[in-house]
Ligand binder design. Structure first.
Ligand code: 5RP
Length: 217
């Protein structure tokens, strides 16, 4: 089975967690696009969605699903999103699509994070995928130096401006010994908006599309 088919099967499997009359948190990326396709089939049974990014909002809007502002919603039952990497503790690296801040906010509002992945995303140790960090433009050099002090090799993502008008530094070669501690350390650097480590708020359920079907953990 090719990777896109595995993404698709995971995306469609998440439909099982969508309850009638609810507002659903929606992530960003090619796997989530399959979930949005699936959600289209039950759009008349849900109240609407809270979206994590402009690009997902455009797709949701096109199919006519009502989009709520995250400030209007006290909590969400579920948030469905993918990851660039996920480990056995359900800690993730996210932000390959530069939507990490919106994703972290919507995930924080949700009671349950359903992570939909193809089987290439499962790792024993996080960190092969560079850790995205969203940074306020005027802090770019300072944050870069601080990330070097933490042992990483930050790389400016050229041509990428986030939905919030910020830039992304992709940090290579950072040893992730304690993901929660590292997440807190990077978040504490002045000028950092969000780090794409999702350990303090990891996933609750993982739906992994594989050659043999969707595995749930
Ligand atoms: C976007 C993300 C995505 O969830 C992550 O990049 C995975 O994307 P895809 O489903 O396209 O493989 O964090 O910021």
């Amino acid at each position: 089975m090719i990777q896109n088919e595995m993404k698709k099967s995971a995306g469609w499997a998440a439909l099982e967690y969508v309850t009638k009359g609810s507002i659903v948190g929606v992530g960003t990326g090619s796997t989530v696009n399959y979930f949005i396709d699936a959600l289209d089939t039950m759009k008349d049974q849900i109240k609407g969605v809270v979206s994590s990014s402009v690009i997902s909002s455009e797709r949701l809007d096109k199919i006519g699903i009502p989009i709520f502002d995250s400030n209007e919603v006290a909590y969400l039952d579920i948030y469905v999103d993918s990851a660039d990497e996920i480990n056995a503790s359900k800690y993730m690296i996210k932000g390959g699509g530069a939507a990490l801040t919106g994703e972290k906010i919507v995930a924080a509002i949700a009671k349950k994070f359903i992570c939909i992945i193809d089987d290439t995303k499962k790792v024993d140790v996080l960190g092969r995928f560079p850790i995205p960090v969203e940074v306020i433009p005027m802090a770019r050099s300072y944050v870069g130096r601080e990330l070097v002090n933490l042992g990483g090799d930050p790389c400016y993502r050229h041509g990428c401006i986030t939905d919030n008008g910020n830039v992304i530094l992709d940090v290579h070669n950072l040893k992730i010994i304690d993901a929660k501690v590292l997440e807190n350390k990077i978040n504490a650097i002045a000028g950092v908006v969000t780090v794409g480590l999702f350990a303090n708020r990891g996933a609750d359920v993982v739906l992994e599309g594989t050659q043999k079907g969707v595995l749930k953990s």
